[in-house]
Design a protein. Structure first.
Length: 406
């Protein structure tokens, strides 16, 4: 997968999928099984095109993912809200016996930070049997019910969140990985026993129809050096719904029949491909789609990105601002490089006397790399630096402390 994302962009192959119709003869309408299989292949290709188109939208317009599916479709008057990468049928949400539902997620300062896509047969058992789900991670799941497919997608998202939280915990508290799942959860104030790196539901070990079991590995001195997480469906909704396993490497394994482990199959970025599906250089309509130049860039929620910080330098309170009794928040829009360094900062708002101090500090911050389908990508996010009049923190204040000066 080396340089996969960049190769896809530079070769203009992003969002360009050769569907089963292009690869194989049209399904015989008198053969229901063949028709459903062809529709399922089209549906899988459809959700993958929507994912790549959403990524292109974010990279090109630099304002997060699209607010609606139609923003990815053709327009008589192309503008910043229509980048024209998917065909009209798909942009309307109905194609080849499937309905496609695009749902934007969290919005911060006008930027859509997450999304999900659900593809469901319009007539289950006639136009298709499988349901498909993908979110901004690009991992496509399929199941015999919409809920089963979505639950698998959410379970994978939870495992990725746990991976990031464990790495952040080790960097913040210098004591290795956590000993229990609850140590990553919220509390009155972030500390080693309640770091506030994951939400309460996941910290309790149950989410989206899955149970999560965290097992710390051997302790070297006082540090936990490895961990494993088992994710199992609480009540399987269909035969073969996947069980998942993840360790400190971040790799995820899946098993359809019982608890998963490293002996099972690795979860691939595209999930289980339907028979006959292949990526190609053209869209479903047969026309090539121009890909945005440059590195891949994705939006990330401030709270999610904050959990990935490895080195955090607190700003110095400017003497003139302190003398003038000026306090407040400097809001920055940040571009973080593939290596986790600050590449660009844009001032959104803040007291003028505090801005330069905030910029000087944030420019020194370092983050854990963000991966998309196994490859590092650039991140766009927002950072708030809070200045509160009071006592300065000691010069040796450790990374990960609140951004507020007291």
């Amino acid at each position: 997968m080396k340089h996969l994302l960049r190769a896809l962009f530079l070769s203009a192959c992003m969002v360009c999928i050769v569907t089963a119709r292009a690869q194989n003869p049209p399904a015989n309408p008198s053969d229901p099984a063949a028709l459903m299989e062809a529709n399922e292949e089209e549906a899988f290709s459809g959700v993958s095109r929507i994912f790549w188109s959403s990524l292109a939208y974010s990279t090109k317009l630099k304002n997060g993912y699209p607010p609606a599916l139609r923003n990815l479709g053709p327009s008589d008057h192309p503008d910043s809200n229509a980048i024209n990468p998917i065909d009209p049928e798909l942009a309307r949400g109905v194609k080849s016996g499937y309905s496609f539902t695009y749902t934007p997620g969290k919005i911060t300062r006008g930027m859509v930070l997450t999304f999900t896509v659900q593809a469901d047969p319009i007539e289950p058992g006639k136009t298709g049997r499988k349901h498909f789900y993908v979110d901004e991670s690009g991992y496509i799941r399929r199941g015999a019910s919409a809920k089963a497919a979505a639950n698998e997608g959410l379970a994978l998202a939870a495992l990725r969140a746990l991976d990031s939280a464990c790495i952040a915990y080790a960097a913040l508290y210098k004591s290795g990985f956590p000993s229990t799942l609850s140590q990553l959860g919220p509390g009155d104030k972030p500390n080693a026993d309640a770091a506030g790196l994951i939400d309460r539901e996941l910290a309790y070990g149950a989410m989206a129809g899955y149970s999560f079991s965290y097992s710390p590995g051997p302790v070297a001195g006082t540090m936990v050096t490895t961990f494993a997480v088992q994710a199992d469906p609480i009540t399987p909704e269909e035969p073969g719904q996947n069980h998942f396993y993840m360790d400190q490497s971040g790799a995820i394994w899946a098993n359809q029949t019982a608890a998963a482990g490293p002996a099972n199959s690795l979860v691939k970025p595209w999930g289980d491909r339907p028979p006959g599906w292949n990526p190609g250089p053209t869209s479903a309509s047969g026309s090539e789609v121009s890909a945005p130049a440059g590195p891949v860039r994705i939006p990330v929620a401030p709270g999610v990105q904050e959990a990935k910080i490895l080195n955090k330098v607190l700003p110095v309170y400017p003497p003139l601002a302190r003398q003038a009794r000026i306090s407040g928040t400097v809001q920055l829009r940040a571009l973080i490089s593939k290596e986790g360094t600050i590449e660009e900062l844009e001032v959104i708002s803040g007291p003028p006397l505090l801005i330069q101090s905030a910029i000087t500090a944030v420019q020194q911050w370092r983050y854990q790399r963000t991966l998309l389908l196994g490859e590092p990508v650039e991140v766009e996010t927002f950072i708030d630096v809070i200045f509160t009049l009071g006592v300065n923190p000691p010069p040796s204040a450790s990374p990960g402390k609140p951004q507020s000066l007291r």
